[in-house]
Design a protein around this ligand. Structure first.
Ligand code: HQG
Length: 183
């Protein structure tokens, strides 16, 4: 993705996850906004893009951050909101283990109170160690946490799979966490 597209993609993350009011739009309960409304609002705020550019961003985004509705009329962020939206994911049985990448400086707090959702709606986890490493390294010296998803699931915790293959849950209590030292 070229620099201008990345910039536009970041701006879309801002308005579709956190601050739709920045360009005077509102999202519905499930986080959707009409694409014609979005494009008009972007134009009025000096950020005009074509529909084809929007589609290119949705298709090529490295983490599949956005989805266009099946009727082609609306767009939303797949996850990562701080706004109150209902993403209506169906619960799903997770794989035996999941990973969460974080920074070493958070470990004391995490092993004390477990993983909590901070400003987002869920705790985010992945099956992919490399992805977890990248996510964690945004915050400092990275450390990988191994989540005993099988035991959590057996104990009644609910997991969801977002469209972009990020696993979500409400919280990960500390008894299901261990440091992954597998390199
Ligand atoms: C940490 C990216 C102290 C947690 C990625 C993380 C992901 C605690 C940070 C998505 C804690 C929250 C989410 C506790 C959790 N004490 N620190 N008890 N519990 N933390 O950004 O998982 O680029 O909200 O370890 O791909 O890093 O946005 O969550 O370091 O899927 O599309 O608090 O963001 O996607 O940070 O990342 P975040 P995350 P996007």
């Amino acid at each position: 993705m070229n620099k201008q597209l990345i910039k536009t993609s970041k701006f879309l993350s801002l308005v579709l996850r956190h601050k739709p009011e920045a360009i005077g739009i509102t999202l519905d309960r499930q986080g959707w906004v009409r694409i014609d409304v979005l494009l008009k609002a972007m134009q009025e705020n000096g950020r005009a893009i074509k529909r084809s550019t929007l589609e290119e961003i949705v298709e090529t985004n490295d983490k599949k951050r956005f989805a266009i509705s099946t009727d082609g009329l609306s767009i939303r962020a797949n996850q990562g909101h701080s706004l109150d939206v209902e993403l209506d994911y169906a619960p799903k049985k997770p794989p035996a283990h999941l990973y969460h990448g974080t920074a070493t400086r958070f470990l004391g707090s995490i092993f004390k109170e477990g993983l909590t959702k901070q400003n987002r709606h869920h705790v985010h986890m992945t099956e992919n160690r490399e992805t977890a490493k990248q996510v964690g390294s945004r915050y400092g010296k990275v450390v990988l946490l191994l989540i005993d998803a099988q035991r959590m699931f057996d104990d009644g915790h609910i997991f969801y799979l977002a469209e972009n293959n990020v696993w979500l849950c409400d919280a990960v209590p500390n008894q299901y966490l261990s440091e992954d030292k597998g390199g």
